[in-house]
Design a protein around this ligand. Structure first.
Ligand code: MLT
Length: 389
């Protein structure tokens, strides 16, 4: 057999696995120290009541002959797709039910979608960005080019007419920088994609954190986007589903082949998300579910403010936090991202994510998440202040 040699072109291990390994090594050597993890964007608030009630009810249904369910539709149950359809309608985005596909989270579908695209395509990825976009394309041997996101463009690169790209990734609000495109800026990307017959893969996993209602939550708020964009969303950060696993992908029918091929791919390789989980996900979109998840999101936003205020006091330049759970900061004293990671771990036992793990433009930057508990966030920032003020 021949192995997929493209894997040799990847970093030795996935960014968050490397971070976890380093932290575990530190803990083994220093078992008495309390480490505070503000690295991986993993939620800490429990699932809300509306979701728990729906999960319990669905569990009971599975134990009764008349309501038991076996294989579900690969594309997801209609009740959940209808809830998502309504959710989009609130922003005047019209979706047909068969344009909505239920997934076990955005990460899987962001990787899986590549099955329907030729490996000859050139891929344009912003740098820095969520490492999954690059890694999944490197695995398939696609050519990856980058658009620079930096302080000069507010970490929001715009299309360059001199560059030819077939597949374009956009993550807004951005992971890791927290920057959000406004409608005018997103329109430029849509126009570019339509003109170049490219597809935009729009990652909306953090849309719920947008505070300013004039900013777009979905690429379909831009005219023409249904002709060139696929959107991925997840309940992980929105509703605390990192361990429960449910998301959704919108593949418009305006491009008939994309929708048809994706359905073909899913029916062959995927047996759907468990019924119980889809009932829990449906409850996220109910009135009480929306109210309850908002309380959790506000909790994380308060953490973001605590982090941001501390960095301000320490004169550390930073962005993000306002429309995103991530705070993106410039490492003090010209330290590299990994130097700063080690420095924080050794001195104050606070874990963050090195910016260089998100791309070359992330070198010299560092990401902190607001997904910790309030107590831990306050304690981490007190340690931070002692070290830097
Ligand atoms: C992150 O920390 O960037 C995210 O938690 C990773 C993910 O969502 O897979």
């Amino acid at each position: 057999m021949n192995i997929n040699e493209n894997y040799k072109n990847l970093e030795e291990s996935y960014l968050f696995s490397t971070v976890a390994k380093k932290v575990n090594e530190f803990i083994q050597k220093n078992p008495d120290k309390k480490v505070i993890r503000l690295g991986i964007g993993d939620v800490t608030r429990p699932l809300c009541k509306a979701v728990i009630d729906a999960l319990h009810k669905a569990v009971d249904e599975m134990g009764v002959q008349s309501t038991f369910r076996g294989y579900g539709p690969e594309q997801g149950y209609e009740f959940l797709r209808q809830a998502i359809q309504k959710y989009y309608k609130k922003r005047n985005v019209e979706l047909e039910l068969d344009e909505i596909f239920i997934s076990d989270g955005a990460k899987s579908d962001i990787g899986n979608i590549l099955d329907i695209f030729s490996t000859k395509n050139t891929v344009l990825v912003p740098d820095p960005v969520y490492p999954v976009y690059v890694d999944t394309n490197v695995m398939a041997g696609r050519k990856v080019i980058f658009s620079d996101a930096n302080g000069n463009n507010g970490f929001l690169p715009l299309p360059d007419e001199n560059i030819n790209a077939d597949i374009i990734y956009i993550c807004s609000p951005n992971n890791p920088t927290g920057a959000v495109y406004n409608k005018e800026q997103l329109r430029k990307w849509v126009e570019y994609a339509l003109k170049n017959k490219a597809v935009i893969l729009f990652d909306a996993a953090y849309e719920c954190f947008i505070s300013d209602e004039s900013l777009p939550h979905s690429i379909y708020e831009i005219e023409g986007a249904k002709n060139c964009a696929i959107e991925f969303c997840s309940l992980s950060k929105t509703a605390g589903f990192t361990g429960t696993r449910c998301g959704y992908t919108i593949v418009p029918k305006s491009h008939e082949k994309l929708n048809k091929f994706w359905l073909r791919r899913q029916t062959t390789k995927f047996n759907g998300v468990p019924y119980i989980i889809q009932r829990g996900a449906e409850a996220v979109f109910s009135e009480s579910g929306q109210q309850e998840i908002k309380e959790n999101i506000n909790y994380y936003k308060e953490n973001a403010k605590i982090i941001s205020d501390t960095l301000e006091k320490c004169n550390i330049s930073h962005t993000g936090g306002k429309h995103s759970p991530y705070i993106w900061l410039k490492c003090p004293n010209n330290m590299t991202s990994w130097e700063f990671f080690d420095y924080l771990l050794e001195n104050i036992q606070v874990v963050g994510t090195p910016g260089s793990g998100f791309g070359k433009n992330g070198e010299g930057y560092f990401r902190l998440t607001s997904f910790g508990s309030k107590e831990n966030t306050i304690e981490a920032m007190q340690r931070f202040e002692k070290l830097f003020k």
